[in-house]
Structure formats: C-alpha cells, structure tokens
Ligand binder design. Structure first.
Ligand SMILES: Cc1cc2nc3c(=O)[nH]c(=O)nc-3n(C[C@H](O)[C@H](O)[C@H](O)COP(=O)(O)OP(=O)(O)OC[C@H]3O[C@@H](n4cnc5c(N)ncnc54)[C@H](O)[C@@H]3O)c2cc1C
Length: 522
C-alpha cells in the first residue's frame, strides 16, 4: 500500500487529458498541487515508548514482531481519508505510533492489552488501515506512548461448518485473502467494499462496513454470527445461536466499536455458496427521482438484485465518456442504474426477469450488459484516481449518510446545498448503492479546486455537510463509522444518555482508557 496515497503504486492512474481540461474549465483548477513529500522528507517524531515496555512487548509477541523503524511507523500513521492523504503528502507524520506490534494469537493480544493497561500505553487496533473517519489516530495526552496493534498475523480460516454455513475466520485477513480461502470450499462472503483490496475482516466488523453487493448479501454486521473479543478486563465469546432472546445482543456492543471497547480476535461469519453466475447490466432513468422510486420498489418487493446502484445526473454525466452512451440520443444523460445478479443459473434468471419487469414499469430503459460490466471491471479502481486528482490540484473526498425513503429527497438536497455553500462551485455527485425496505444510503463524491489550505477548505465543507445531515434527520454514517471525524455529530444523534451509556461500557471494559483513545466516544 502506497504510504501517502492509495493502493499498489504500479496501478497509479494518470488523469486523461480531457479530464485535466474539464478540471480547468469546470472547476477552475489552475495549477498542480505541490509534489508529495518523498519518504526521506517525512517529519516523524522521536519514538516515545519506554524501553522496558518495548522489551516486555517483545517478550510477548517476539522481537521481530515489535517494529519501531521509520517504515513501519509511517505506514501505520492515520488512515486513508483525503485529509489523511493531504497530511502525508505534506510529509506530516506527527500522528505516528511509537511502535507497531504484531500479535500472533488471541492470547498474545490479551497479554499486550494487560501490559499496556498497566503502563498506560494507548493501543490502536490496526486492520487494513483504510479508515476514512480518523479511526486510527489516538489521543496521546496522558499516555506513556502509543502502539499500533497490527492484526495482520491473525490471518487464518479456522474452520468451516458447511451444515450451518458459518466459517470462523481471523480478523487480520484482508478481504481478497478471505475470499480465496473460502473459494477452496466453494464459498463466498459476498462482501466487496471499494476498499476490498486492502481492508480486513476485523475492520469491517469494527466499523460496520457495507459492500457493493449489500442488496444481495447484506451488510457486514449482518454476517457476524459470533465473535471473540479481547479486552483489558478479559475475553468475551459472543453468539451461540442464529437468533436469541437472551437479553440484549452483545454483538451489537462490539460491531461498530472501532477498537474502543476491545480487539476482535475471531469472527464467525455467515457464508454463501460461491455463485455460478455473475451478470451485470445497465438501465437508464430520466431522473434520480424516477430511479430512486424503482430502487425502492425493488427493495420493498423482496429478493432485489445482488448489486443495485443508481447514480444521480451529475455522477452519471461524469462517469460516462459520452453522455449519449446512455442511448437517448439528443437527450440529457439521465441517470445510470447498475443491477447485478449473482447466484445459480435458475435463481439469477428468475430474479433478473422480475427486476426487469419492475424497472421497466418504473420507466427504466434497458441498456444491456455493457454499462454493468464496465462498472464491475472498474469497481475497485476509483480510489487510484483520487491520488491523481490531488496531485493535479483538485480536492476530492467522499461522505455518506442514510435515511428513510420518505426523508431521502430532503437529505439529498440538504447535503448538496451545504457542500455547494461551503465550497463555491464544486462538483457534487451522489449515488445510492445500499437499499433496505425502509430506506437507503446516499454516497456523495465532491471535487473542487484546491485552495492554499486544502485541509481547512475540506474541514469547513465537512462541518457544513455534517450539520446538514444532523438537521435533515439522517445518520452521520451508513458505513464509514464514527472515528474522530463524526464524534460530535454522533453525540447529537444519540443524545446525552446515549453518550453516557457508551462511556459506561468503555469504563467497564477498559478502565485505563488505553483502547483507541479519542475515537468513537464523544
Ligand atoms: C478508497 C476507500 C474505499 C472505501 N470503500 C468502502 C466501502 O465501499 N464500504 C465501506 O463500508 N467502507 C469503505 N471504506 C472505509 C473502510 O475501508 C472501512 O471502514 C473498513 O471497514 C475498514 O477496514 P480496515 O481493515 O482497513 O480497518 P482499519 O482502517 O484498520 O480500522 C478501522 C477501525 O476499526 C478498528 N479495528 C480494526 N481492526 C479491529 C479489530 N480486529 N478489533 C477491533 N477494532 C478493530 C480500528 O482501530 C479503527 O478504529 C473505504 C475506504 C477507502 C479508503
């Protein structure tokens, strides 16, 4: 993973000349940004971990699994939001941990937590490092040091129960690794977020992730049948039946807990048979409103397509080389809807036929497989473009929310207006890609010309968007989580008593407050 950007540097995407032209003409991007710092130019604070603590950590996990070298520290600094990348490009690694610790088992995690609690060392659980909400930056004040607890060595498929269709997997597995291991058993998780190449199972559970095929396979938190968690106070084994009436569901305490309550060391996940057929196709709708109505019907009438994704007019226009590709010669581009079907041949044919009838009834025009296949091929490549846009002098960032169907148009308008008001004349694009019977998420991508201080520029826009979401009654996050960036809005969402409950849980499980301090809890 590129330390100051996204992904495999070999896959870096050059901006095509017409896009550069578009940035200049449409957004007023005039000059490229200052070049990104080289590795040697990064400013890294001296490591502060007391030597006896470092030695004790090495005694638990092995010398070679405690790393305090510059490379390891820089690669575990922050996550992958645009502000994170802007800071790294500027050579600022002031949030680096003092050391990176790589435990090899649940018992080692538990021992590390006990040791760190005793010596007041903050612990930041680290999966793939793809957080986009500031979930990997610990508040240092009051601590003797900060360690990143990298779970990469917990990477086993522990067991498969083909009768119950449950697999036990360790949290440090990246999604492609997990899919490869499950494929050997003819199984899939069906969890494909855009961060798929790098994010881990533990991160998905801890941040309540949702993948691009959520309409068919569900959100990640719905896949978790059980889990093992290490806390400074001891271990918890949660989930012993498909459903239970034995009091509140403790899984929900740890799903979305972002490393602040404990470290997930094992996950028992619902799995599916690997699909025999994957088919994607495109539909055109006159407007976002018309497409949204069709999505709602599909979500409410049951068994929707596996992938269901509707771009608004702006995202449709920007995403297509030629807007007329949508097949309505001479007319506006309208909105592109991608429907994808995964399953066995019979099931796919049946669902496709039913969905096609609904989409056509709602005014959709079938565009054939090409737009769907094109989306499927490029589904993990957009994050690479962000680096090129940042280098070209544009700021690009995403944010997301969710609401009930009846509130969705108001939420959409409120967030768009807030971003337009804060940024002047940015490009604001939106899509719906996670649907439920009762509502859906809205995912915004914003591109704007960088000012002299792009961090302050984005902070103002983000504040405005957060306020708009809270005022319009949406949730502050549908799948990115809370981290540090959404703490205040989260507090407004759950109220004072809600905050007290979270603090109470934190005090009980982590009395020394070492787990990811500053994240999640207002
Ligand atoms: C380009 C890009 C695209 C993205 N697309 C999507 C998307 O489509 N859908 C989506 O849901 N998200 C998306 N995200 C956000 C991010 O990938 C998810 O939040 C993901 O769940 C994080 O996983 P991770 O392994 O990288 O976790 P990390 O970023 O390493 O950690 C996330 C949080 O979980 C905690 N944590 C990690 N592992 C554990 C553990 N084992 N126990 C306890 N706490 C733990 C960390 O301390 C941190 O607070 C995207 C991010 C990027 C940069």
């Amino acid at each position: 993973m590129l330390w100051s950007g996204w992904g495999d540097p070999a896959k870096a995407a050059e901006l095509p000349a017409p896009v550069r032209g578009l940035l200049g003409d449409l957004l007023g991007v005039r000059a490229p940004a200052a070049p990104a710092a080289t590795f040697g130019e990064v400013r890294l604070p001296a490591a502060a971990l007391p030597p006896p603590v470092q030695a004790a950590l090495a005694a638990i996990v092995g010398d070679e699994h405690v790393r305090a070298d510059d490379d390891a520290r820089i690669r575990h600094t922050r996550g992958k939001s645009t502000p994170d990348l802007l800071l790294m490009r500027a050579g600022d690694a002031s949030d680096a941990p003092d050391a990176v610790v790589l435990p090899g088992s649940h018992d080692e995690v538990a021992a590390v937590l006990r040791l760190c609690a005793e010596h007041r060392v903050a612990v930041v659980p680290f999966g793939g490092g793809t957080s986009v909400v500031g979930g990997l930056v610990a508040a240092r004040r009051g601590f003797a040091g900060v360690v990143a607890l990298d779970l990469a060595r917990l990477d086993r498929l522990v067991s498969v129960d083909p009768v119950s269709m449950i697999a036990e997997l360790e949290p440090g597995l990246r999604a492609p690794q997990a899919e490869r291991l499950l494929a050997e058993h003819g199984l899939t998780l069906g969890h494909f977020p855009q961060s798929y190449e790098y994010a881990t199972l533990g991160g998905f559970a801890a941040a309540r992730s949702s993948g691009q095929a959520s309409a068919g396979y569900g959100r990640f938190d719905d896949m978790v049948a059980g889990m093992t968690v290490a806390t400074p106070r001891g271990a918890l084994e949660i989930g012993r039946a498909p459903r239970s009436a034995a009091g509140p569901d403790l899984r929900q305490v740890f799903l979305g807990s972002e490393g602040a309550f404990g470290v997930i060391t094992s996950l028992r996940l619902r799995v599916h048979r690997a699909p025999a057929v994957r088919a994607y196709e495109g539909w055109r709708f006159e407007s976002f409103t018309a497409g949204t109505a069709a999505m709602r019907r599909l979500a409410q009438e049951g068994r929707p397509p596996t992938v269901l994704r509707l771009s608004d007019e702006t995202e449709t226009m920007v995403g297509l080389a030629k807007p007329t590709d949508l097949g309505a010669a001479g007319r506006d581009s309208g909105c592109l809807l991608v429907a994808g079907y995964e399953g066995d041949t019979c099931d796919v044919a049946h669902r496709r036929e039913r969905a096609a009838a609904v989409l056509a009834e709602e005014g959709g025009v079938h565009l054939g497989p090409e737009p769907g296949e094109k989306w499927a091929q490029g589904r993990f490549s957009a994050p690479y473009l962000r680096d090129s846009l940042l280098a070209a002098g544009a700021t690009v960032e995403t944010l997301e929310t969710a609401g009930f169907w009846s509130d969705l148009p108001r939420l959409y308008d409120a967030v768009r207006l807030a971003l337009l008001g804060a940024l002047g004349s940015p490009l604001v694009m939106c899509h719906i890609s996670h649907v439920y019977a009762t509502g859906a998420s809205l995912y915004f991508t914003v591109v704007t010309a960088q000012t002299g201080d792009p961090l302050a520029q984005w902070a103002a826009a983000k504040r405005a968007a957060n306020e708009a979401i809270v005022r319009a009654g949406g949730t502050i996050s549908h799948h990115h989580g809370v981290g540090r960036d959404h703490r205040e809005a989260y507090a407004e969402e759950i109220g004072d008593l809600g905050v007290e409950i979270l603090r109470g849980i934190k005090e009980r499980l982590d009395p020394a407050g070492i787990l990811n301090p500053g994240v999640l809890i207002p």
